[in-house]
Write a protein of this length. Structure first.
Length: 110
């Protein structure tokens, strides 16, 4: 499943379903798809998302011990990088005072 976030002030953002649901929870939203955030609540959702990302990135990773095999494995994409397009969308929506909507695309079964 893919989740597409949209608003009138920014281009649509599409994320893998598990990442999109994680972002919704970090914004203080339910994981119901489809859904929406009213314009008046966008700034709060944005602040909650940023705070949750900061907290997650400060948390120590499990298994910090490295060996030579770890050097061959590519680092995963950070949560902050995954959230960046959504943060930009929410910032534009807050500035333009417009609602943010999301819907599922593709397979409806996670």
């Amino acid at each position: 499943m893919l989740i597409t976030f949209s608003c009138k002030a920014y281009a649509d953002i599409t994320m893998f379903g598990d990442v999109g649901l994680q972002m919704l929870k970090m914004m203080g939203q339910s994981d119901n798809v489809p859904g929406a955030i009213l314009a008046a609540d966008v700034a709060t959702a944005l602040a909650q998302l940023k705070a949750a990302i900061d907290l997650a990135e400060k948390a120590p990773e499990l298994g910090d011990a490295k060996d030579e095999a770890d050097d061959l494995i590519e680092a995963p994409v950070s949560l902050g990088h995954r959230a960046f397009p959504l943060i930009e969308l929410l910032t534009a929506a807050a500035k333009e005072e417009c609602n943010v909507m999301w819907e599922a695309i593709g397979n409806q079964h996670p």
